[in-house]
Design a protein around this ligand. Sequence first.
Ligand SMILES: [Zn+2]
Length: 119
Amino acid sequence: MNLASGFLNRVSYASVYKAASVSALCCPACGEPQEDELQALQPCAHLACVYDQEAQEFIYKSEEFKQRITLSGEVFSGELSSKMLSRLGYADELLALDLTRAGCWSRQLFAFNFNVNVD
Ligand SMILES: [Zn+2]
């Protein structure tokens, strides 16, 4: 992993709005819903992290994501951006979805890693 290349590469980013507050966000790589009926997080293998943009804290970090944070020495504050994710050495294999739900003022950023092998 070359962390310096993170400055040149761009993590993909999209804003997602869900009109139905109870419908779960599905993984764009494998289609698995990331929450059960009780809105408890059910991360698939592609999910790298979930970040609460209002509380400004991570709700979920994959093992690989944790390792990248440790290696990079990055300290996150404020809203998590695709630029910050690029600093962890991610490029366009990572898709950051900034999720807003109807009737909910909080925003959560779900980052999916398409380079994860699932088998
Ligand atoms: Zn998946």
